[in-house]
Design a protein around this ligand. Structure first.
Ligand code: IPE
Ligand code: IPE
Ligand code: MG
Length: 235
């Protein structure tokens, strides 16, 4: 093995709709099965000691889906995030979110706020849920914020560096992902963590998200550990 286990795994949980369709269920039932799969992967990450896990749950482009599906997804997320906060604390899971939270229903916003607050001292797993998240919007927001700090004289032009830009992103408290996983067969990033994934190892699988299990994650981690990460250097 060349690498230590990944510190940070980022996952695009794709394929819920197709999973449901192939067995004659509704898309929403697919999303429900997706939540179950996510819960088990979160628990597994705690068990094997992965310190950072980021899950793409809803993209800024997903607002374009039929209203019924969007509303169903929002309700599902509120259900998941509002139950068992004491269990999350017991397991040592700190929850954060990234994305345009102000665009979410008010009730979901307050559920998120209270969960992040309740779990803020947990240290075993840093779970970040990307909700109403789009990487380009995140970067544009950071540019706006840096510019306003320059105009206000808080930042000098010569201070602008990769490190400084990273500190204006919503992921500022997280290390860059080491391993990226996308289920559902597509080979694209779909506007997820464009800046942060610059040197992340990519792993795509055809399995639909509700079928993705602990063994699949274990194999993805083993595959990652056998890769040579060169970061531009020669081997
Ligand atoms: C991923 O599954 C979940 C979200 C994007 C919210 P999809 O709903 O995209 O499932 P497919 O890709 O249509 O199968
Ligand atoms: C990416 O999946 C977003 C999430 C998994 C939340 P999509 O299903 O929205 O991506 P595209 O439309 O196939 O690129
Ligand atoms: Mg999809």
């Amino acid at each position: 093995m060349t690498n230590l286990p990944p510190k940070h795994i980022a996952i695009v949980m794709d394929g819920n709709g197709r999973w449901a369709k192939q067995i004659g269920l509704s898309r929403l039932e697919g999303h429900r099965a997706g939540v179950d799969a996510a819960q088990d992967i979160v628990d597994y990450c705690v068990e094997i000691g992965i310190p950072y896990l980021t899950l793409f749950a809803f993209s800024s482009e997903n607002w374009k889906r039929p209203k019924e599906e969007v509303v169903g997804l929002m309700n599902l997320m509120r259900e998941y995030l509002s139950k068992d906060s004491s269990k999350l604390v017991e397991k040592g899971i700190r929850v954060r979110t990234i994305g345009s939270l102000e665009k979410l229903p008010k009730l979901l916003q307050s559920t998120i706020q209270s969960l992040c607050e309740k779990t803020k001292d947990c240290k075993r797993l840093n779970l970040t849920v990307a909700l109403a998240y789009g990487s380009r919007a995140e970067i544009a927001e950071a540019v706006k914020h840096v510019s306003s700090d320059v105009l206000a004289g808080k930042v000098a032009l010569s201070d602008i560096s990769e490190n400084l830009v990273g500190n204006y992103l919503q992921t500022r408290e997280l290390p860059d992902p080491d391993l990226f996983i996308r289920t559902g067969g597509e080979k694209r990033l779909s506007n997820f963590l464009l800046w942060q994934l610059s040197y992340t190892e990519l792993c795509m699988t055809d399995k639909y998200w509700p079928d993705f299990n602990r063994n699949d994650l274990k194999s993805a981690i083993a595959d990652y550990q056998n890769r040579e990460r060169r970061f531009g250097q020669s081997s």
